[in-house]
Design a protein around this ligand. Sequence first.
Ligand code: ZN
Ligand code: FE
Length: 239
Amino acid sequence: MKTEIIKCLQDNYSYIIIDESNNNACVVDPGESFPIIDFLESNGLKLKYILNTHHHYDHINGNLELKNKYGSKIVAFEEDKNRIPKIDIFVRDNEIWKADNFEAKIYHTPGHTSGHIAFHFFNEKKIFTGDTLFSLGCGRIFEGTFKEMFNSLSKFKKLPKETEIYCGHEYTLQNSDFCIKHDPKNPKLKNKIKNIKKKLNDNLPTVPTVLSEELECNIFLRAKNLQTFTKLRELKDNF
Ligand code: ZN
Ligand code: FE
């Protein structure tokens, strides 16, 4: 399996997961259809599944055009059935979704939205975290509570340290400004910021990031308890 990063809209990332044994593909969060179609056509891929982490427009906007064009099946959280149109396959918390050679564990991670999920492709050690966990940040809490978001992030902390994190947006540089402000002496963070700036200068995405680095550098994952997390999240909202 191979994962391709596709830029969508302003600062969104969609991901195409490719089974190279048969050219089947999944797309995660197609914010728009055009760049996805372009990649699929240039590479002779069959889009079998569309995976959505949550219902926000910038993550599902490409769904229906792709579904109509390729007959792909939409895979999404069962409780979002009234706000993600035309779901074919409903998934729930802790379920293992398996289709063709694709296999991912579903984690319900409420906070940003009440129906947010993450797809953990555990064989590949990759997780698609949507707008719950970003590199050096976490999503804004729109529908949930601080406690829900804190618990959702805690689920990621338990994954194998080498897990690669594919998040929904290129927010890393802005996030790093907040982290360094509140954690100015962290040498690992300083080093990560150097690498981030280099990648962005070379016009490269800063994703995927690796869980081990996020555990060392992401101030929201480093927050020891709910109280600290809440304070940081509130500060970030006004940063
Ligand atoms: Zn969102
Ligand atoms: Fe988003």
